[in-house]
Write a protein that binds this ligand. Structure first.
Ligand SMILES: Cc1[nH+]cc(COP(=O)(O)O)c(/C=N/[C@@H](CC(=O)O)C(=O)O)c1O
Length: 401
């Protein structure tokens, strides 16, 4: 018998599998609201003009294609760190942030899982919000950590279960590892307020928990980098020694270029050097060194003043279009006479809206209305446009009336 006869057929990815189903649908009315990838006003993939301009500049430099260092392109990682931690970040100015380029956000999270499993002395499990981005669970499980959850979403209010969240943080063993979404929580689109972030930081500090911050939407959520970086920068100012995972897939539209960073806030320069050495020991046998093109484009966008200003305007443009579609969908549902409360569609932030509908209603939207979204009722608002928002509103009204 074949050597692989014991390999079972596995299920399609809950998110990427939606796109497969969408592609099979021949209806001209079909809408893909599954994968969290930005679409322009015509529903097309969007390559930011500032990215194209940066790419032209990179290509004109006729660079070589030598290996990058294990931790990637230094000009990129330094600039990416400043973007996230801020120009006046103490740990950065004191030279105590160890950082490596990563294979986008997923790669950064995988390095985080492996680093914590190997070096974190107090626990071998990680607490993630319930719900969280689907891929978080296998990333940390495959890294050798046990995955547990803490309360996050309140079905009744389609809002944050803040009391439950604090209760769970207090109930965890001291020094637990806690995953936090820096902004634009996936899949709910529900973020703590600044006041709630301050309380969360206090509870985490009182318990000595370790914050692992996933920042996949910096600038893309509110349109302002500084606003979206509030939680991260507050935690750093409060003295938390955290890990940060950055992705430039969404805010630069560099999805397929796989551009991100993994960084660790250390106690001092000497510790940073030790941590840096262990990051290299982890990465070298994982993929040796990262792809160079996307990092050069991102580095140009972060360091060239004119292109940086253009890029920030374009990120705000993407955020604004999504925010506009939230209001349009809300208004249309109201116009159609829906009796349901849909305020959460407007109040949520970032790429996604968590509709609060059932898996059966999700199936009905696909089967009867050719609208594709993940079974948890999450839609990528980035996939909603002026052309398809009426079909979406009418269909949503029909399945929830
Ligand atoms: C919270 C979060 N963190 C990390 C990532 C990783 O993205 P990367 O391309 O590795 O930088 C994603 C991607 N989320 C969307 C795409 C996907 O599932 O891969 C999504 O939720 O649809 C996240 O939503």
């Amino acid at each position: 018998i074949s050597v692989w006869s014991n390999v079972p057929a596995g299920p399609p990815d809950p998110i990427l599998g939606i796109t497969e189903a969408f592609k099979k649908d021949s209806s001209p009315q079909k809408i893909n609201l599954g994968v969290g990838a930005y679409r322009d006003a015509d529903g097309k993939p969007y390559v930011l003009p500032s990215v194209l301009a940066a790419e032209d500049k990179v290509i004109s430099e006729r660079n070589d294609k030598e290996y990058l260092p294990i931790t990637g392109l230094g000009t990129f990682t330094q600039a990416a760190a400043v973007l996230a931690y801020g120009t006046d970040s103490k740990p950065l100015s004191e030279g105590r942030v160890a950082i490596t380029q990563s294979l986008s956000g997923t790669g950064a999270l995988r390095i985080a899982g492996a680093f914590l499993a190997r070096h974190y002395p107090h626990a071998k499990e990680i607490y993630v919000p319930s719900p969280t981005w689907g891929n978080h669970i296998p990333i940390f499980r495959d890294s050798g950590l046990e995955v547990k959850t803490y309360s996050y979403y309140d079905k009744k209010t389609v809002g944050l279960d803040f009391e439950g969240l604090k209760k769970d943080l207090k109930a965890m063993p001291d020094k637990s590892i806690v995953l936090l979404h820096a902004c634009a929580h996936n899949p709910t689109g529900i973020d703590p307020t600044e006041a709630q972030w301050r309380e969360i930081s206090d509870v985490i500090k009182s318990k000595g928990h370790f914050p692992l911050i996933d920042n996949a939407y910096l600038g893309f959520a509110s349109g302002s980098v500084d606003k979206d970086a509030f939680a991260l920068r507050h935690f750093v100012e409060e003295g938390h020694q955290l890990i940060l995972c950055q992705s430039f897939a969404k805010n630069m539209g560099l999805y397929g270029e796989r551009v991100g960073t993994f960084s660790v806030v250390c106690a001092d320069k000497e510790e940073k050097a030790r941590v840096d050495s262990q990051i290299k020991i982890l990465v070298r046998p994982m993929y040796s060194n990262p792809p160079v093109h996307g990092a050069r484009v991102a580095s140009t966008l972060l360091t060239d003043k004119k292109l940086n200003a253009q890029w920030l305007a374009e990120v705000k443009g993407m955020a604004d279009r999504i925010i506009d579609m939230r209001s349009t969908l809300f208004d249309l549902l109201h116009e159609l006479g829906s009796k349901k409360k849909w305020d959460h569609i407007k109040n949520q932030i970032g790429m996604f809206a968590y509709l609060g509908i059932s898996p059966e209603q999700v199936d009905q939207l696909a089967r009867e209305h050719h609208i594709y979204l993940t079974r948890d009722g999450r839609i990528s608002v980035a996939g909603v446009t002026k052309h398809n928002v009426r079909h979406l509103a009418e269909s949503l009204h029909k399945v929830t009336a």
